[in-house]
Design a protein around this ligand. Structure first.
Ligand code: 6R9
Length: 570
């Protein structure tokens, strides 16, 4: 595939000279941005909120919150007081203490963020859950973490199998008309004091526990610690390019790591105004959010961009989106086609970022001051050492496909897999390499190119094919809305390429169309990369963060068990 190269758009970016900064970077220097560098007293919620009040920025808007029924704004001072109140409520009603696991299981609302910050002020380890989780998913996570407190709503509380969770002591309900046996958050909140003595912690004390699904086994509890803030902060500065007067919108739910690292921590550590929109996705709703709040920096995901693309460009003309100055993407490979579209409709190149729940923050990214090679994830964050290694941990030369690996020692690295230390250990190879599970290559300029999850890479007639490349070509075809590609065992070729395709509105799933799409890939990409089989589906299986679940497609195809499905959309 021919790579399109996009030159840097002129601008005053926080990171101007990447190569120079990369070569002289030191995490110790970044620590000086924080008060604990001098006091030794650490608390993420303090650094996100209270510190800005103490520095005279209390009147600045910290949060714009909007959903179908609410439209509210809170200054940093108000956020400080509300989170203090929440901390008092939680402490008084549940006696929650430092290190306890407190889960939050509720739709987005301002209260969710008061509770999250309040719990952090107490020193609790917060476990955020997607509101769409059903009983089994909730149970697995509460059980594994031995959580003692959950904060939820009336409509979700029925999905918590209380009788099967001996460690769960308290259910706090953020709602009207709370049942007698539960704690009424709103009622206690009204009368609670807005002053609170923050629990000071050590840098290595727990912060947040995100459960993430692997291809086999139970979901894993990825533990992050307070010190991660160093990386949240600097990536917010360099990659999101946040400045004093930015209005920043991250579309992710806090049930996904993007919704905490970049929906809470990075923007507020940088003192930015944070937009949070509740409710469901709709193209109209999203464009009007950008217009209404004059969003300047926008962080979303390829699936969402593709859905907006599918909604048509006519719609966009009804909105004034000229406030946007920087747009970013995460979670899945960003198809070159989507970057092209983004430029056409927003006048901005979408900047791809690569990282994982386990890495806690950005690892390999496209900086606004760096030219984009479309289809590439970019280059490592200053302070991060990335390489392509073989299965023994030997570094491979440029342009060779292998394991995308990171050298241990970045601040936001997970510190453990909860209750499963052997699993944590299994991520590493000799030489201090953390193995991501993604396959990729690095080109001669040091740009990294994603190929697929290691177990997704296809070997067909001796050729290695990354499913992403095929999927990207497929979605360039006008009939294709989404595509998922797998390797299907074949007695002659080892594997053949099979594509599952969801069509755009107005296209009929015919055999002629299959052939047309096949030829389109063959002529546009390579003969060996053209799918030998195509199957049309109404919808593809996806995670809540928008990743096409190739392992589910494969399991369906081969009649195998699908494994843990708790992260799958309905
Ligand atoms: C933040 C997040 C991690 C996995 C990762 C990779 C895929 C994420 C990507 C990307 C291609 C990107 N992934 N960003 N693939 N290009 N820019 O997504 O965390 O939910 O744990 O997923 O997502 O496969 O290994 P998480």
């Amino acid at each position: 595939m021919k790579t399109e190269i996009y030159e840097v758009e002129p601008g005053e970016y926080n990171l101007q000279n990447y190569d120079e900064r990369y070569s002289n970077f030191d995490w110790k220097e970044v620590e000086q941005a924080f008060s604990w560098h001098d006091t030794g007293q650490v608390n993420m919620a303090y650094e996100c909120i209270d510190r800005h009040v103490e520095n005279g920025r209390g009147d600045k808007v910290a949060l714009y919150y909007k959903d179908a029924s609410r439209n509210e704004s809170y200054t940093f001072e108000e956020m400080m007081k509300k989170s203090n109140k929440a901390a008092n409520v939680l402490k008084q009603t549940t006696n929650v203490a430092k290190g306890d696991r407190l889960f939050i299981f509720m739709p987005r609302s301002p209260e969710l963020y008061f509770v999250l910050l309040g719990a952090l002020k107490i020193g609790a380890i917060v476990g955020p859950l997607f509101e769409a989780f059903m009983e089994k998913a909730v149970k697995d996570r509460l059980e594994n973490s031995e959580a003692s407190i959950i904060v939820t709503t009336n409509s979700l509380v029925g999905r918590i199998p209380v009788d099967e969770l001996p460690n769960l002591k308290h259910i706090v309900i953020v709602d009207d008309h709370v049942a007698e046996n539960h704690i009424d958050f709103n009622k206690a909140f009204e009368g609670a004091s807005d002053e609170f003595d923050i629990e000071w912690l050590d840098k290595e004390d727990g912060l947040i526990l995100h459960y993430t699904s692997g291809s086999t086994g139970q979901p894993k509890g990825v533990l992050h610690v307070q010190y991660a803030m160093v990386q949240h902060y600097i990536s917010g500065h360099y990659v999101l390019d946040l400045k004093e007067d930015d209005i920043y919108w991250c579309t992710a739910d806090p049930g996904w790591v993007t919704g905490t690292s970049y929906g809470v921590f990075a923007p507020w550590l940088n003192g930015a105004t944070n937009v949070i929109a509740g409710g469901r996705f709709s193209p109209e709703g999203w464009y009007s959010t950008i217009e209404e709040f004059k969003v300047t920096v926008w962080y979303s995901a390829p699936t969402a961009f593709r859905m907006l693309m599918g909604a048509g460009d006519e719609l966009i003309k009804n909105y004034n989106l000229s406030s946007l100055r920087h747009v970013l993407s995460v979670g899945e490979p960003l198809n070159p086609e989507v970057i092209k579209w983004g430029y056409k409709v927003f006048g901005k190149r979408i900047h791809d970022t690569w990282w994982m729940t386990e890495t806690g923050a950005h690892m390999i990214v496209n900086y606004p001051s760096m030219m984009i090679k479309s289809g590439s994830m970019g280059k490592p964050l200053p302070g991060v050492v990335a390489a392509i290694v073989d299965n023994e941990g030997n570094e491979l030369p440029p342009n060779r496909m292998g394991n995308l690996a990171l050298k241990e020692g970045w601040p936001s690295m997970m510190r453990d897999i909860w209750n499963n230390h052997p699993k944590y250990e299994s991520y590493f190879l000799p030489g201090g390499w953390y193995i991501s599970g993604d396959s990729a290559y690095m080109d001669e300029d040091g740009y990294f190119w994603f190929q697929g999850r290691v177990d997704d890479v296809i070997m067909t007639a001796g050729e290695r094919v990354g499913p992403f490349e095929v999927e990207s070509k497929l979605v360039e075809h006008p009939a294709v809305a989404e595509a998922g590609v797998i390797g299907k065992p074949d007695p002659i070729r080892g594997e053949i390429i099979k594509a599952f395709i969801a069509l755009r509105e107005g296209y009929e799933p015919t055999d002629e169309l299959k052939e047309e799409i096949r030829v389109f890939v063959k002529n546009g990409l390579a003969a060996h990369a053209a799918p030998r089989e195509i199957e049309f589906k109404d919808k593809l299986p996806k995670t809540r963060s928008g990743k096409i679940m190739r392992r589910v497609l494969k399991a369906w195809e081969l009649d195998l068990p699908t494994g843990d499905l708790s992260s799958m959309e309905d």
